[in-house]
Design a protein around this ligand. Structure first.
Ligand SMILES: C[S@@+](CC[C@H](N)C(=O)[O-])C[C@H]1O[C@@H](n2cnc3c(N)ncnc32)[C@H](O)[C@@H]1O
Length: 455
């Protein structure tokens, strides 16, 4: 188990951040990893696979490649799966689930293809384990097997993670539109807020909901491993060595940074819904960072900066504000006059892909007012805003200095950066720092293709 080929899938657009994260966690030289569309491949050991499960904030899973073959039909898939020594990984007492993804596969039924692979795994166990075969459990399997098909190749993986890695084990309370923890971590990675340096800038999410962004940030600041509050599928596998895992976990625990009580928090979250603030507080406690974040209730259109940044060298806001199709706007803008149609008014508006979205009631007014509020009161701050609306900067009359494509599940988004430069505030967007680095990292169409193959 010392030379495994791992594949860590991630959301489209996140590969550029995942690759350095894998190098940082494993300590491997850059030559050991390959950045691919929708993930990162790395050749390394099972112990490193455990380490990646424990520490990665950006990967969706850690998969081990067990077979890579050419195929033409279902029978070839059956043969490929029969040749894998599954018994080296798990026993027939464990339940299994086969999941399949495909890109330009000529097969007519992926369900049938998955069935053939499942049959091959069970038949192999019958042959090597005296007639005993694993059961199938589609909801809570012990073992997930992934097949990825291209036009003519089949890759078979065993998953070492179990539940997807965005499930960190601390978010039991959530609102209507919670952000996946992996996406919150990707936003933070793109913002460059955390670079391992002790001198962190204040961080604030004024629409914090269940607290995902600020809790991820606080765990990063305290060096708390992302997976320290959950279990993993590999703990049930045949090659699992408890003493190796225990020492990996102990090392992570010993490396956690304990804050002294007199240190003031530099991470802040607020939300107009007091229920959400309660949720966020409870989640932060479970994540071990309750003392590191200061939560408040309040309208983002009225709250003043939670800290004076004139001496800190600036502050960073990271947020996914409410947006039409996901969640309604609360606070003072809620009662604002309707300025454009809603989805109900326009049933033909496409559901997916970044675009100019029609506003829901109050949403246009909300962003208008938010921009004015920031221009007036948030000089010295940089705001990173995740939105599916490509035209948001125009609507806010702010010029973005960066735009990073990211996918929020099936929704294509942009993470916009706005710089509120001290001494240059005004009502006109020309007063705000103009784009120095105006770019789309990759084209949107490319990313839709990538998301199709994310496992
Ligand atoms: C898309 S959700 C954010 C989700 C959050 N990132 C999470 O992971 O749970 C938007 C949040 O904005 C809040 N919100 C709506 N209007 C607001 C306002 N005027 N001021 C502050 N928060 C507001 C909602 O209560 C909701 O929690």
């Amino acid at each position: 188990m010392n030379q495994l080929q791992l594949f860590l899938p991630c959301a489209a657009g996140v590969e550029d951040y995942l690759a350095p994260e894998v190098l940082r966690i494993t300590g491997l030289p850059p030559g050991c990893i390959t950045k691919q569309r929708g993930g990162v491949a790395v050749r390394t050991s099972l112990a490193q696979a455990m380490l990646l499960n424990l520490h990665s904030r950006l990967a969706q899973r850690v998969l081990v490649l067990l077979s890579y073959t050419e195929y033409r039909g279902e029978q070839d898939l059956y043969r490929a799966a029969s040749e894998v020594a599954w018994e080296r990984w798990f026993t027939p007492r464990e339940s299994i689930k086969v999941e399949i993804t495909a890109q330009h596969s000529p097969l007519t039924s992926l369900n049938f293809a998955a069935l053939k692979i499942k049959d091959a795994v069970c038949d192999r166990f019958r042959a090597v384990a005296h007639g005993v075969r694993p059961d199938v459990n589609t909801q809570w399997p012990d073992v997930r097997i992934y097949a990825h098909l291209t036009t003519d190749t089949c890759s078979l993986y065993i998953d070492t993670s179990g539940e997807p890695l965005f499930k960190r084990g601390w978010r039991e309370d959530k609102g209507d539109a919670p952000l996946k923890e992996t996406l919150a971590a990707a936003m933070l990675a793109a913002s460059g807020w955390f670079d391992g340096d002790a001198d962190l800038l204040p961080l604030y999410d004024p629409c914090c909901g269940s607290g995902t962004i600020v809790i991820e940030a606080a765990q990063m600041a305290c060096n708390i491993a992302a997976g320290s509050r959950r279990r993993f599928a590999f703990e049930k596998y045949v090659p699992f060595q408890k003493q190796v895992w225990d020492s990996i976990k102990k090392e992570a625990l010993d490396a956690e940074v304990v804050r002294s009580p007199e240190q003031k928090p530099i991470i802040f979250g607020s939300d107009v819904a007091h229920r959400m603030v309660d949720f966020a507080q409870r989640n932060a406690a479970r994540a071990g960072v309750a003392d590191v974040i200061e939560f408040r209730g309040g309208d983002a259109l009225q709250r003043l900066p939670p800290i004076d940044v004139s001496t800190t060298g600036g502050g960073v806001m990271v947020l996914n504000p409410p947006y039409g199709e996901r969640i309604d706007v609360g606070g003072v803008a809620k009662g604002a006059p309707r300025d454009a149609g809603s989805f109900e008014d326009e049933p033909n508006v496409p559901r997916f892909g970044a675009r100019e979205l029609p506003h829901t009631e109050g949403a246009g007014e909300f962003f208008n007012q938010l921009a004015s509020h920031w221009k007036k009161n948030y000089s010295g701050w940089t705001a990173w805003v995740l939105t599916p609306d490509l035209k948001l900067p125009g609507k806010m009359r702010l010029k973005e200095s960066r735009r990073v494509p990211m996918w929020n599940g099936p929704i294509e988004c942009r993470l916009f950066r706005f710089d509120m430069v001290a001494g240059k505030m005004g009502s006109d967007h020309r007063d705000v720092k103009s784009a120095s680095d105006h770019r789309d990292v990759k084209s949107g169409s490319d990313h839709r293709e990538q998301s199709d193959r994310v496992l």
